[in-house]
Design a protein around this ligand. Structure first.
Ligand code: IMP
Length: 488
């Protein structure tokens, strides 16, 4: 293997793409090779090349695609483009709260639980143990793919460690108050995600997929339904809550277990062996890094580690096998649900972006809140996720605006800083400091190379790379595979 490709953890195909993307013009100013010891201050690039020859032949197979904002950055498209160069595609956190839209030719696929990789034949798709798994949804998505003649999902592997979402989790999302202490609503997707993760760490009322094949399954369901009925009845208040029936749930979920049995596996073992054998693994992040339960805008977050830090705990693959992280960034910002959003545009421009970008939830159909690009946030999440490069998505949506603003710093208590606040109350108070760039009128959707972009669009992308401190590798100007520009 070409040592350069090895150093980037790339297969033969997309490595050449990548090599073409690396250019000083887009914020990249030196050797691409980050410190092998893991330089904490990402964005500082070491100038001397790592001794590539020395590492020739070692397996470094892991590539990850992770959203750097509040989700919906169009990760599915990049995963779809990279999938064919990989042996395995892995979803490792979140559940059916995430929506991926993938456009293949004329066909539009909307998946929420299955990895986008199911659309590419010959690739093994893994739902790893860190996912909370809604069997009804998984089966519905498999059936939908079958009905559209996508039959290659024989290679689907679902971890026997995934925690399963049960009707009581949906009931909890509905019945329990989703407000935070200060009264603002988190605005969850209502898919039982938080309640299922809560039971996972609580341990007493959790059922993993592997449990459903044991003869203790019925007893577990009976026990949990008894407790949940008491809790939910007490907490429902004015909200309707019809007590759950253990026997019906047991019958229903046993049928799911039978249907899914061919796909159930110990994926931790499978992935460890694959990594050790040097197979190429693509990790598909769900949501975005700002929704990370530990490092995001807590409590307005999801319940898993949706930044790059979640790859290992969700998949079981140690960080040493993950050496290439694509950070996915929308050319602007969007957010669904509650929580502060410093660059939000609650005005005509925001509405225009929402309409042009079709910013309505894939899963919930809720209108997304839209605003200017915030590079304080993206610089933070890019460092947190260890992004080697960024992909700027939905650039075409910004056509037609006279000028564009990029947030470059925050002002708080009279001080200016580019550090992302750790407390949500400070994030509420920050005042964004903007840089204004000229807009462009041209339609970008047919652009296939950087040369096709108007000068102002090019300058905008270049500035993003500079401000984030990571090279821009891909620019996307529409949902189709063909509407993708390699930065070279
Ligand atoms: P939950 O993940 O359903 O508990 O929702 C918690 C927060 O994460 C809410 O603000 C949701 O809108 C947000 N969220 C969850 N999944 C996604 C996603 O895929 N895209 C964007 N926001 C999401």
């Amino acid at each position: 293997m070409n040592p350069l490709h090895w150093s980037l953890g790339l297969g033969h195909c997309h490595s050449s793409l990548l090599a073409r993307f690396l250019t000083p013009q887009f914020g990249y100013n030196g050797s691409f090779v980050p410190s092998p010891g893991g330089d904490a201050s990402r964005g500082d690039w070491i100038s001397s090349a790592w001794d590539l020859e020395k590492h020739e032949g070692e397996a470094v197979p892991g590539t990850c695609v992770v959203g750097l904002q509040w989700g919906d950055e169009a990760k599915g498209k990049i995963v779809d483009l990279l999938t064919r160069d990989h042996d395995i595609v892995v979803r490792y956190q979140g559940g059916a709260n995430a929506g991926h839209t993938v456009v293949v030719g004329e066909e539009v696929y909307k998946l929420s639980l299955l990895p986008s990789g199911v659309l590419t034949s010959g690739v093994t798709c893994v739902i790893a143990g860190g996912v909370v798994f809604h069997p009804t949804k998984a089966i519905a998505e498999l059936d939908e793919l079958s009905s559209r003649s996508v039959e290659d999902y024989d290679n689907l592997k679902i971890s026997d460690r995934v925690h399963v979402i049960y009707p009581w989790h949906f009931a909890e999302d509905r019945v329990l108050d989703q407000n935070t202490a200060d009264g603002e609503n988190i605005g969850t997707t209502g898919r039982g995600i938080g309640p299922c993760y809560r039971d996972k760490v609580g341990r007493s009322y959790a059922i993993r997929l592997g449990d459903m094949y044991r003869n203790t399954f019925r007893k577990q369901v009976d026990h949990i339904v008894g407790v949940k009925n008491e809790l939910l009845t007490a907490m429902a208040g004015a909200k309707d809550f019809e007590p759950l029936r253990a026997s019906a749930i047991y019958e229903e979920y046993s049928a799911y277990a039978d249907r899914l049995e061919p796909y159930v596996d110990d994926t931790t073992e499978l992935l460890l062996s694959a990594a050790e054998e040097g197979k190429k693994i693509l990790f598909e992040g769900a949501q975005g890094a700002l929704l990370d339960v530990d490092h995001g805008t807590y409590p307005f977050v999801t319940s898993s580690n949706s930044s790059g830090v979640g790859i290992s705990n969700g998949s079981g693959v140690p960080a040493r096998y993950i050496n290439k992280v694509f950070g996915i960034v929308k050319a602007y910002t969007s957010r669904v649900g509650g929580g502060p959003f410093p660059t939000e545009l609650d005005n005509e421009i925001g509405q225009r972006i929402r309409d042009q970008g079709n910013e309505y939830g894939t899963v919930t159909k809720r209108p997304r809140r839209c605003g200017w690009l915030d590079t304080v946030a993206v610089r933070y999440t890019s460092r947190l996720s260890g992004a080697d490069s960024i992909c700027v998505m939905l650039l075409d949506v910004l056509s037609g605006l006279d000028e564009l603003k990029i947030c470059t710093a925050y002002r708080l208590g009279g001080k200016q800083s580019n550090q992302y606040p750790s407390h949500v109350d400070d994030l509420r108070l920050v005042e964004p400091v903007y840089e204004t760039l000229p807009g462009w009128r041209e339609d970008l959707s047919k652009a296939s190379s950087l040369a096709d972009l108007p000068a102002n669009a090019l300058a905008y992308v270049k500035r993003i790379g500079e401000l984030v401190g990571v090279p821009v590798e891909i620019v996307s100007v529409g949902p189709a595979r063909s509407q993708t520009i390699s930065v070279n």
